[in-house]
Design a protein around this ligand. Structure first.
Ligand code: 13P
Ligand code: SF4
Length: 352
């Protein structure tokens, strides 16, 4: 009985959301990240990786309201890139990102000053992963730096090396290391900066020699994947292709067949021949949706790993947001932060 009632509520809420969307028409656009629950993605107007979603937010000049079904840093980036007068709302303000919380403006500024004092005032450029607060994007923009996402990190790092000899990459040490590796940077030219330790736990010579300084942040969802899991899957499914997200460790990425952003993973599955087996190392909701959409392929998870932050968006809070359009959970960015953050985001958009 309970299940029937839950089902009915679910179907009713979906119908109410559709009706509200019809009422709002072109005034509204719902953007959904690939890690959202299947029913949320189905109700959205556009699903994508974090780069595509920011590009979409910057490009849509007609709508009045952007409802962002994703985590806070994504909605915040949309608010920075949106046109004046457009309102960005997030259905649940508690949908944060653990990794974004691992780099705070004060500690990054202190690291920056220490690096400059050791390596010279004009040696280093900051590259900030999209998974960060607006204040850090602003810090980056005001120092000639750039934002990157998992789909354009290699281009952003190449661009940054065109400006300065050394990069401070934050907050994701694994994405930074994976990109550094792909660009042929030797492991000894990359050092990890542990916030809270003097010189990030490095000796001055190591900081002077380093070409890439990696902030010690990481994603708890993606660092759950291991080489042992890959070995087990290869034994069980020798025919399988394994694709992972670049927030996984270097060791895991090295053992996989392919690595890329969430949209890359979607494309990888879409383009795989019928009957193929694909094992995926990323957030579970995306994997389940792909398994549902491609029943002619065997789509398996490398390991069950859910992002509870993404999961905070649901039908009930999406409906509530639409009922309070222009009003509830509006994502705002202070003016003094917005300008610098927009500089760094615009540099990223210009790369494409
Ligand atoms: P994508 O940019 O690949 O969508 O990744 C965002 C993210 O948060 C992955 O954990
Ligand atoms: Fe943040 Fe990891 Fe969740 Fe992505 S999967 S939003 S990096 S906590």
């Amino acid at each position: 009985m309970q299940t029937d009632k839950a089902h009915l509520n679910h179907a009713e809420t979906i119908e109410k959301i559709r009706a509200r969307k019809r009422e709002l028409g072109k005034q509204l656009i719902i953007l959904t990240h690939h890690y959202q629950r299947k029913e949320i993605v189905e109700l959205g107007d556009f699903a994508g990786d974090s780069f595509e979603l920011s590009r979409k937010a910057a490009a849509d000049r007609d709508c009045r309201y952007i409802v962002f079904c994703g985590v806070h840093f994504m909605a915040e980036s949309a608010a920075i890139l949106a046109q004046p007068g457009q309102v960005v709302q997030i259905p649940n303000t508690e949908a944060g990102c653990w990794m974004a919380g691992m780099a705070e403006a004060e500690t990054v500024k202190s690291a920056w000053e220490q690096i400059e004092s050791i390596a010279g005032g004009d040696s280093t450029i900051p590259v900030v992963y999209m998974n960060s607060d607006a204040e850090l994007k602003s810090f980056c923009g005001n120092r000639g730096g750039i934002v990157c996402t998992s789909s354009n990190a290699a281009e952003a790092v190449k661009w940054a090396f065109g400006q300065k000899e050394k990069i401070l990459f934050f907050p994701d040490r694994h994405l930074g290391r994976n990109v550094g590796h792909d660009l042929g940077i030797a492991p000894e030219e990359m050092v990890v900066w542990s916030p809270g330790k003097a010189l990030g736990g490095n000796d001055p010579d190591a900081v002077r020699r380093a070409r890439v300084i990696l902030w010690d942040g990481y994603c708890l969802v993606h660092t759950r994947f291991t080489v042992e899991q890959i070995e087990k899957m290869r034994t069980e499914f020798p025919e399988a292709r394994i694709v992972v997200h670049p927030e996984c460790t270097r060791e895991v990425v090295a053992q996989a067949d392919a690595c890329g952003s969430t949209s890359y993973i979607v494309k990888y599955v879409r383009e795989a021949p019928q009957g193929s087996t694909i094992v995926i190392g990323t957030e579970i909701n995306l994997i389940h949706r792909l398994a549902f959409e491609y029943p002619d392929k065997k789509v398996l998870d490398l390991h069950y790993s859910l992002c509870p932050n993404m999961f905070r968006i649901n039908l009930a809070n999406l409906f509530q947001t639409l009922e309070n359009i222009g009003d509830m959970n509006v994502v705002g960015v202070p003016r003094q932060i917005k300008a610098g953050a927009k500089l760094a985001l615009d540099r990223m958009l210009a790369l494409a």
